[in-house]
Design a protein around this ligand. Structure first.
Ligand code: 1HN
Length: 372
């Protein structure tokens, strides 16, 4: 072994490595350890953004940017500090595969229609009265609703209501960027006009419970929005039974015409951690972005405790040990998005239970979140 290391440090090898570099060639004998890890080495850091910070920055952005003036959405994205190596905006990536943002729209504003190859989804964190117009259908949004806009569909937003609205956007931007599949197109007019009745898909699909008899062929987004009262009813039904040891009570949003994830490349879940619930730790190759919809608690990620409360966002990178705890006072509800469908399609999804200490990690540190 010593001999081998000595050989790779020798002048003749060093000279040769340098010589081929001029021709844009690389020495595999040096690169193998960096390329081939025994197991995933996440580039994304475990991280948490406090709602106070996000809210304050959106309020400052409100004074500076208007979609009508700049022609763009008033969205601020969550840049993972571990993924900043493409300056100045990094990879616009919250995890290695996904992008998340918070977006503010004010009464009277519109965000222009456009379409892109990236898939998008929205989770409504506060307010009501605005709509997304997706593929000609105006979908009105309320707190706790989940909306899906798979790649290729025209979409814009408008706000005829009377209170500010904030939602979470999640897109597969880093994945599509890495794959070289980015296409973007503005709608020929400012915003698409309705071509269907308002909330058409919600009404026709009973929120995803059934499908109309002539809609039997798989469709991209037969149902544009999943309403909060139905999601809550589903969680209440699950809550009559034993919780999952890792996720408490969790449901996944699905496309009612295929039974697959509502967004082809992004899995989205709503999960309830009953007051006082403590999960066991596990890890998996898919990475997750969480939004705290209600309640408070903490998540231990690779031994570091991340305290969270309503409105916060946090990231569990791929292959990171994690376990959740809900505070004793009230049930906690976490909305989350993950790249599980991407990992499954590449046959990369793996999961492991934390093997020691009855499934709990020793807590060695506490994350200090940045406040405004
Ligand atoms: C987009 O279309 C929206 O439709 C939000 O609201 C964020 C980030 C990058 C590219 C497209 C939206 C986006 C986006």
């Amino acid at each position: 072994m010593a001999e081998k290391n000595e050989f790779f440090q020798s002048q003749i090898v060093k000279d040769f490595n340098q010589e081929i570099e001029r021709f844009h060639l690389g020495p595999l004998w040096n690169a193998i350890p960096a390329l081939m890890h025994k197991q995933p080495t996440p580039q994304a850091a475990p991280y948490l953004w406090k709602w106070e910070t996000l809210y304050q920055k959106l309020m400052e952005a409100r004074e500076i940017f208007t979609p009508d003036r700049g022609g763009e959405r008033r969205a601020i994205f969550l840049q993972n500090p571990g993924l900043k190596h493409r300056e100045p905006w990094g990879w616009a990536s919250t995890t290695q595969t996904l992008y998340a943002a918070v977006q503010l729209i004010l009464p009277g504003e519109t965000a222009p229609s456009h379409r892109h190859t990236q898939s998008a989804l929205r989770f409504i964190t506060s307010g009501s009265g605005a709509y997304s117009i997706v593929d000609g259908e105006r979908i009105f949004m309320e707190e706790g609703d989940f909306l899906t806009t798979p790649g290729g569909l025209w979409h814009g937003h408008g706000h005829p209501g009377n209170e500010p609205m904030i939602w979470m956007d999640c897109l597969d931007i880093p994945t599509i960027f890495a794959l070289g599949g980015t296409f973007f197109e503005s709608y020929p007019e400012h915003i698409q006009q309705p071509e269907k009745p308002d909330n058409y898909s919600i009404n026709r699909y009973a929120g995803g419970l059934v499908r109309p008899i002539h809609d039997r062929t798989p469709q991209k987004a037969p149902l544009g929005s999943f309403k909060w009262p139905q999601t809550l009813a589903a969680l209440n039904g699950l809550s009559r039974y034993e919780p999952d040891p890792y996720d408490g009570y969790a449901v996944e949003f699905i496309n009612p015409s295929t039974g697959k994830t509502a967004c082809p490349t992004i899995a989205s879940w709503m999960q309830k951690l009953p007051a006082g619930f403590r999960s066991k730790a596990h890890r998996h190759t898919s990475s997750t972005i969480y939004h705290v919809f209600k309640g408070e608690g903490c998540t231990v990620i690779d031994g570091v405790r991340f305290d969270w409360s309503k409105g916060d966002f946090f990231v569990v990178p791929n292959w990171a040990w994690h376990e959740h705890v809900a505070s004793s006072g009230e049930d906690a509800y976490l909305f989350s998005t993950s790249d599980l469908p991407i990992m499954e399609r590449f046959d990369l999804q793996r999961e492991e239970a934390y093997p020691e200490n009855n499934g709990h990690q020793p807590v060695t540190d506490q994350f200090q979140a940045l406040l405004p």
